[in-house]
Design a protein around this ligand. Sequence first.
Ligand code: SF4
Length: 251
Amino acid sequence: MKLYYSRLQIELTRRCNQSCAHCCRGEAQNIDLTKAIVDTFFEKNDIYCISNLLFSGGEPTLNGEMLEYFIDKIIEKDIIVYSFMLSINGLSYSKELINGLNKLRDYIILKSNSEGYYPGILMISQDQFHKEANQEVIEKLKDLPYFSPIDKHIIKEKNILPYGRALENGLSKQQPDLSNLTNYQKSYKIKEYEGTTYLVIDYQYISANGNIINNGCESYDLMDEYALGNVQDQSIEEIHLKNQVKKLTLK
Ligand code: SF4
């Protein structure tokens, strides 16, 4: 069965060089996505399309090498991608991360055969919680065609996610809601098209430790607790369809 992702989010690292008071992840962890995890993911799964590819962390520039490696695999496997997106915190730069994004942009434009198409966005998070971005980093990024101008803004309390450090610091107006982690049956469909069967996944999060998660907005601890499985142990099809997913219930 081929995989069709509407959105796939890859957590490159759980390390970070900031400690924002509103961070929904909680304390940073010394865990990076590895070549072994990426290799296993592409070996075990027949991926047809990733409509929207998101990268996140932690701070993605601290493991830019693995972003480039992941994109090299996409190109090698000739997987369709339509768009990409990531935010960085602007304190650090990664040559490999930019190499990877440049390759992905060129690849998407080549495959879509449309020169004027802007398939990606790279943003720097700047708000009342993040430190001011490093000017040298901005200089290196500012002429990239997919770099989004810095938008310094205030995050309203109602928009702060109630997990991790934000929860500890009492910064959010929301209540934790884990239904997005547990409603995994709603996030996929099986479709037949011209004799091929597709597992169509609305959204999936692959954590730096290989865990597969149904939602990527919570703390590392919650995401690990409610992981559907791990790419190193099973294919995505096995995780979703062969009764391997444990019965997830809210605790
Ligand atoms: S919000 Fe982003 S930059 Fe801030 S501590 Fe969390 S992962 Fe790091």
